[in-house]
Design a protein around this ligand. Structure first.
Ligand SMILES: NC(=O)C[C@H](N)C(=O)O
Length: 330
């Protein structure tokens, strides 16, 4: 019989106060379902699985591969929608990974909580309910992975956490959310995914864990010492540049040296907008860096650019394929 699968990965939505102070992972998927009695009234059964019980900063690529496999298994078993409960710190990276690796029409919705279940005004139950409603909505089919938080429906390639504690922490700075959940009823108006799929077989899954993509954030007065010391430790790099993709002039030879050896993607540390070949022509500008072999990230922010580059490198993609993949996000 068809069902909605809820897969728990941990995060604040599944945490509780510990005896030694601070909140820690404590709850499984069954506990989360029990906290939302309204789920039992839906006309589709909800099936719960606890796959991980981790704070999301401690998740790695092996966990993401296991999660994607589990989602596929649920879909093969007739799931009409899949909801993943997850820590919010890295929710956007997991959602984008699933977006890139799961070509299915079945909605895959990631959610979490900013307030733990014992906090006044805990947002986990409302987020879980909204996520299940979106996962069963016909309009959510074929949109790729979605993040549902605070009654907003975000596309995986756009969403980012923009606040350390607010329940309204999730935003899609480029074009806004794809839709809203209005009193439990999903309304979706947004555009679908780009269509890029990077299949993960056993070989790619194993390589994902070994491939190293570094993420370097540039700052005023940066002389590139971090990049210099990185030497050849990385198979690829993402540079979170200043503004629309700029670095100090003194860093240019070093960045170009890395770009001659491995793919280096140029993104922006600003938190919104795109890195494209645009305005500036000074040393260290986006035009200068792209002329020296860096690859523009388009609308992908640094964390998502890193996920895409990691997947492409694990798949043995060559430079042309990498450039073409990032071009889809312009
Ligand atoms: N709100 C949260 O879920 C944050 C938590 N540190 C996590 O990402 O696991």
């Amino acid at each position: 019989m068809s069902h909605v699968a809820v897969i728990s990965m941990g995060g604040t939505i599944a945490m509780a106060p510990s005896a030694s102070g601070g909140i820690v992972p404590a709850l499984g998927a069954d506990d989360l379902l029990a906290s939302v009695p309204a789920l039992a009234a839906l006309d589709v059964p909800v099936r719960a699985t606890t796959l991980r019980s981790l704070p999301s900063p401690s998740l790695g690529f092996a966990d993401l591969v296991a999660l994607a496999e589990r989602v596929r298994a649920e879909i093969a078993d007739g799931a009409v929608g899949v909801v993943i409960t997850h820590g919010t710190d890295t929710i956007e990276e997991t959602a984008f990974f699933l977006d890139l690796t799961l070509p299915d029409e079945v909605p895959v919705v990631v959610t979490g909580a900013m307030r733990h279940p014992h906090a006044p005004g805990a947002d986990g139950p409302a987020n879980l309910y909204a996520a299940v409603r979106v996962a069963t909505a016909p309009a959510a089919r074929g949109l790729g992975a979605l993040v549902v938080m605070s009654d907003e429906i975000h596309g995986a390639r756009f969403v980012r956490k923009s606040h350390t504690s607010s329940t309204a922490a999730f935003v899609s700075p480029a074009f806004g959310p794809l839709g809203l959940v209005v009193e439990g009823d999903p309304r979706i108006r947004g555009v679908a995914r780009t269509g890029l799929v990077v299949p993960v077989d056993d070989k790619v899954g194993a390589r994902l864990v070994d491939v190293r993509v570094g993420l370097v954030t540039v700052a005023l007065g940066d002389d590139g010492e971090l990049l210099r010391r990185a030497g050849d430790a990385f198979h690829g790099l993402v540079v979170a540049g200043l503004g629309a993709g700029h670095v100090p002039a003194g860093m240019v030879p070093l960045v170009a040296e890395h770009a001659a050896r491995v793919p280096v993607v140029l993104s922006s540390r600003t938190g919104a907008g795109a890195v494209l070949r645009q305005t500036y022509g000074y040393p260290g500008s986006e035009r200068d860096l792209l002329d020296r072999g860096l690859i523009q990230s388009g609308f992908l922010d640094p964390a998502k650019a890193r996920i895409l580059l990691q997947l492409l490198l694990a798949s043995d993609a060559g430079r042309d394929e990498i450039v073409a993949a990032f071009d889809r996000y312009r």
